[in-house]
Design a protein around this ligand. Structure first.
Ligand code: CS2
Length: 487
């Protein structure tokens, strides 16, 4: 059946039950520029902004894609409207109206800079994934990154998020307009401070006074974001048509659970974020460590071990009893205790809730999606915890499993000639092809990826032995976890 395309004009014909924006979109002002409006942003921050807009019209979003035109082409004809489907017991559809403008960096640079420099723009948020910050293994701006080098030489035509943010701030300063706050919404520990350091380092390379101004004036709160957001597929497009009676070219899906914690800085008090479910907290560290270690760490573990064991989705991997027990044990014995004790934080309860989220049968979250960018994800999700465990004399035989499984996964993809999605893909493919399956020699090859296998860890016999053993066990992935489960 031909359904009307989702637009402002067709909203009145949406099925009853679909939740629609009831504020006057035309009367809203752009208070937010968001860089990297991928699925996660549209499922998470844009949903909160949409709720806020019902009470406060200053927070519409101008979405800036750095390269890709696909989102603009899909939802510009829908005036930025799209459907968010919550995958609970009974799926719910809600049309989000918060994104009112879609810009693409290279072609819309003048408009994007005007938006960044506008007085009304108070917040520039971003979801650009770990690699989007152009950091080195020490989490400092990587001066040898090609995009950073390009942006330092061509500040008016930036390619990187850092280049855009600094040039936008420079233009505001030149016009005597106070800076915007920057809000990293990516899964990096201490994301606010890391981002701010990267901005200051970038600015310092060409303009010391600007760097000082950024250092002193720009608020960069630390955040923790959480909601499981599987990529859009045809099933979702179909389900959206059933729920809304409208044709949406790019609906988004997520689990019902969503959490956003932002550091409680004065800049974040300009809007009533708590009224829409955002937590403003003095110490976000407690939240982001728990989330990275107890949601993302287990996710990556289920992914690499699960793919080796022939599973397709997170829920499938959780139905593999041996794997599910292993992940639970890893969370309870290794990852949870690594957090220490924090008043008010109940690790047992948090872990049970996360395991239930992973088991949600309504969600098809592909392991192949989570497998992307392992060389950037594993360091912050697992490797830090291994270093801490070694220093504290705690065991690491379970913690090394995701690293060994990632290596086996890379080898498998490389030997089969399947592309690895990772900023370090070319090197990983070469390493993978050269591997023979012999643990000691293969680990030597992977040692070139220092962020995942840092020299100080490799210098520790306990780590090396555990990694070798796990890598060897995973030669037969179906029977691999027996030793780790019994120990
Ligand atoms: C996942 C995350 O793809 C991944 O690496 O671990 O996207 C995860 O689903 C979210 O961080 C949950 O908040």
């Amino acid at each position: 059946m031909i359904l009307p395309r989702l637009t402002e004009a067709s909203l009145h014909s949406a099925r009853s039950g679909a939740i629609l924006p009831t504020y006057d979109r035309g009367a809203t002002k752009f208070g937010i520029v968001h860089i990297g409006p991928g699925a996660f942003h549209r499922a998470h921050q844009a949903y909160y902004a949409d709720t806020l807009l019902h009470a406060d019209k200053r927070w519409a979003i101008s979405a800036l894609s750095l390269k890709s035109t696909t989102l603009r082409d899909a939802i510009d004809p829908q005036q930025g409207l799209y459907t968010l489907v919550e995958l609970g017991a009974a799926p719910r559809a809600r049309v989000i109206g918060a994104i009112r403008e879609l810009l693409v960096g290279p072609t819309d640079a003048a408009r994007a800079f005007a938006r960044l420099a506008a007085r009304d723009t108070r917040l520039v948020s971003m979801t650009v994934t770990e690699k989007g910050y152009c950091l080195d293994a020490r989490n400092e701006l990587d001066a040898s990154n090609a995009d950073i080098a390009h942006d330092l030489a061509n500040p008016d035509a930036p390619r990187s998020t850092i280049g855009w943010l600094v040039e936008g701030l420079k233009r505001r300063r030149a016009q005597g307009i106070p800076p915007y706050s920057v809000l990293s919404c990516d899964n990096l520990p201490d994301n606010g401070a890391v981002l701010k350091r990267a901005l200051v380092t970038f600015a310092r390379a060409t303009d010391a006074a600007l760097a000082q101004w950024i250092e002193a004036e720009v608020a960069s709160p630390r955040t923790m974001v959480d909601s499981i957001t599987p990529a859009t597929d045809d099933r979702l497009r179909e389900r959206t048509r059933e729920l809304t009676g409208l044709d949406d070219r790019w609906p988004i899906q997520r689990e019902p659970f969503t959490q956003w914690v932002i550091e409680d800085l004065p800049a974040m008090r300009e809007a009533d974020w708590p009224s829409v479910g955002v937590t403003l907290a003095k110490d976000v560290g407690v939240y982001d460590r728990a989330k990275l270690r107890l949601v993302n760490g287990p996710h990556s573990t289920l992914t690499y071990v699960g793919l080796l064991r022939g599973h397709e989705t997170v829920a499938d991997a959780m139905r593999d009893e041996q794997l599910a027990s292993f992940v639970e044990r890893l969370m309870k014995r290794d990852l949870g205790p690594s957090l220490g004790s924090t008043p008010g934080f109940d690790a047992e309860q948090y872990i049970s809730a996360v395991l239930a989220r992973f088991r949600n049968p309504g969600i098809r979250h592909l392991l192949s999606q989570i497998a992307w960018d392992g060389s950037k994800k594993l360091p912050v999700r697992i490797v830090v915890t291994i270093g801490e465990a070694l220093r504290a004399g705690r065991p690491v035989h379970r913690l090394v499993v995701p690293l060994a499984a990632w290596m086996r996964f890379v080898v498998r993809q490389a030997k089969a000639g399947v592309a690895i999605v990772d900023p370090d893909a070319a090197r990983l493919a070469d390493i993978g092809k050269a591997c023979t399956g012999e643990a000691r020699a293969d680990i030597e090859r992977f040692a070139a990826c220092e962020a995942v296998l840092p020299p100080d860890l490799l210098g520790d016999e306990r780590f090396r032995r555990a990694l070798e053993a796990s890598y060897e066990n995973l030669a037969a992935p179906k029977s691999a976890l027996t030793a780790e489960l019994s120990a």
